[in-house]
Design a binder for this molecule. Structure first.
Ligand code: ARG
Length: 572
């Protein structure tokens, strides 16, 4: 809970009890009712009294007037009744406390929590299908997943990031058919992932004309499941090629996984689960395939085994969940995939419940919307994809051109161009509410103005430059800041909200809250920077306060950027 809101809600609770005998309302309930008014002239925090009018059988303005008589300590806030609202203004003393005793003292830990201590969280994200290109559609699972991992770590959880590679399925059979028919070792060695994708696209073109190729692919996959040495060797080789390429992208994003544990890892762990389904009479035959009927739950049947006995995606997910529970003892297992897979997750979660696993409610599916470029949907089969690596290199190139023009003497130009170029793409993506479909426009992402990554990174670099020029930035424990303008106060108020945003982002699995917060803070900081002279300020105390504000804003901007998988260069 956020300290000042907590204090206000406790005082309010006492006041309600005093003025309205018999009230049962708790401080926690009042805390939840507190709001941030859209316009600071209405106070910094407001209490909408109409939320109590029924329980207290009084008109809201009456309640507001009564509660405003309570004694709110001067070092916390002042309260004023306005119509049905009770508006609070945070005191200057309290703002100084947030600045010094919270942000500056806690530094990069400001905003963190410890409620996750001693608990494990497994995060299943990125998980591309091997042999397919890593395209812009994977951006979502990769960055949302990693961001959720960083956020949970920030709340004290022990996190285990797993790349559940799609390395075991008919698509691998297709790859093998394509390679055996049209492939060539040297060419694939040379072209890497691109060579594999060409074969994949060719397979689908040919299968359009000759559908029997699909049966052939199923047969090759079935051979893989029977440990056929030739197919396994090919499969391993394809896997290495894919991983090498994915790692380039993961490095650019600063993402590492604790485990690469793909679907193939579970190929020998499904039988035990299928046996449980049999024992519980859950399996039914349907045209030769084994299914679990879910009509009672308004869902299509969950396919467990194909007609030829080959396992399916849901079976592997069930085996993986059990393995993770046994080995990682998770309190939550989070899956980040496109919303297109929501039904798949709902189905196998239900099957697990029917199997008797009583920890099914610890499995969380976090879906996200689709990405299109210029409104066009992407599909690997037709070759209509925008590869993430190409998007990143375009972004890096464009940023590098801007730096060449604006700051040609910058020391580590290549590194900064990568941090800003890749960061711009990531930020542009994460800024959207995750479930919304978005149309990606690179030019918008790269702008140094507006709600963009470069804007936030640039603002962070600005705070660094102020501190560098200021020289001494530690004014000692006894220093009492002097806040003289609204712009200064506004920056501190935004800083005060950071822990709350972190908490909400974790609760709602919503990285966009952090991206939006970063914009809010950068905007407040820039308003302050433009209206309040910092280094040229004559008053020593005011100057020091402003340097402190720049320092605190820098710390929190850097943390916010880190939490959304972005780097924060000190100079751009
Ligand atoms: N490989 C899948 C795909 O690319 C995503 C896997 C998500 N994780 C899982 N446990 N099903 O669509």
């Amino acid at each position: 809970m956020i300290a000042f809101k907590k204090q206000i809600s406790e005082i309010l609770c006492d006041a309600v009890k005093k003025s309205f005998a018999g009230s049962e309302i708790t401080a926690d309930e009042l805390y939840e009712m507190l709001e941030y008014p859209p316009d600071s002239s209405m106070g910094d925090v407001a209490f909408p009294c109409f939320k109590l009018s029924r329980a207290l059988r009084s008109a809201p303005p009456m309640i507001a007037a009564k509660l405003s008589e309570a004694s709110f300590p001067e070092e916390l806030c002042s309260a004023e009744a306005k119509g049905p609202y009770l508006n609070f203004k945070i005191s200057e003393k309290y703002l100084c406390r947030i600045l010094c005793n919270e942000v500056l003292e806690k530094g990069e830990n400001y905003g963190s929590f410890d409620f996750g201590k001693g608990k494990n969280v497994v995060l299943d994200y990125s998980s591309p299908n091997t042999s397919k290109p890593f395209h812009i559609g994977h951006l979502g699972t990769t960055v949302i997943g990693h961001c959720l991992k960083l956020l949970h770590e920030f709340a004290g959880y022990n996190c285990i990031g797993i790349n559940h590679l799609g390395d075991w399925g008919t698509q691998n059979g297709k790859q093998i058919v394509a390679f055996k028919r049209w492939g060539n070792k040297e060419e694939v060695e040379e072209k890497g992932c691109d060579g594999l994708v060409e074969l994949y696209v060719k397979f689908h073109e040919e299968a359009e004309k000759d559908p029997s190729l699909n049966d052939e692919a199923r047969a090759e996959f079935k051979k893989m499941e029977m440990h056929d040495p030739e197919n396994i060797a090919l499969w391993k080789w394809f896997l290495d090629i894919s991983l090498k390429e994915y790692n380039v992208t993961y490095d650019q994003l600063g993402i590492t996984f604790d485990h690469y544990m793909g679907e193939s890892f579970f190929s020998d762990k499904m039988d035990a689960q299928i046996q449980i389904m049999r024992d519980k009479n859950l399996l039914m035959l349907d045209d030769g395939a084994s299914i679990v009927d879910l009509s009672e739950y308004n869902m299509p049947p969950c396919l467990i085994l194909k007609r030829d006995g080959a396992s399916l995606y849901p079976s592997r997910d069930i085996a993986a969940a059990v393995y993770r529970k046994d080995n990682f003892d998770f309190s939550k297992c989070i899956y980040v995939t496109s919303a297109g897979q929501s039904l798949h997750f709902a189905q196998w979660f239900k099957v697990m419940e029917l199997m008797g696993y009583d920890w099914v409610d610890q499995l969380v599916h976090v879906p996200y919307g689709t990405v299109s470029i210029g409104g066009e949907k992407l599909a690997t089969r037709t070759g209509n994809v925008v590869l993430l690596k190409h998007l990143f290199s375009q972004a890096i190139e464009k940023v590098s051109a801007v730096i060449d023009e604006k700051n040609p003497d910058l020391a580590n130009k290549a590194e900064v161009s990568e941090a800003v170029g890749v960061g711009a793409v990531v930020f542009h993506y994460l800024f959207n509410t995750r479930i919304k479909d978005i149309s990606f426009v690179l030019e918008d992402a790269l702008s140094f103005e507006g709600s963009t990554g470069p804007y936030v990174q640039y603002t962070y670099a600005r705070t660094c430059s102020i501190l560098e020029k200021a020289g001494n930035t530690d004014f000692g424990a006894d220093f009492v800041p002097s806040i003289t303008t609204d712009e200064e106060a506004d920056v501190i108020k935004v800083l005060a909200r950071f822990p709350e945003r972190v908490l909400a982002a974790i609760e709602d699995y919503e990285p966009s809250y952090i991206a939006r917060y970063a914009i809010e803070l950068a905007t407040a900081f820039n308003r302050f920077y433009h209206n309040c002279p910092i280094l040229s300020c004559d008053d020593e105390k005011v100057r020091s306060t402003r340097v402190y504000i720049a320092k605190a804003a820098g710390i929190v901007l850097k943390t916010a950027l880190r939490l959304i998988c972005m780097r924060a260069p000190e100079k751009i």
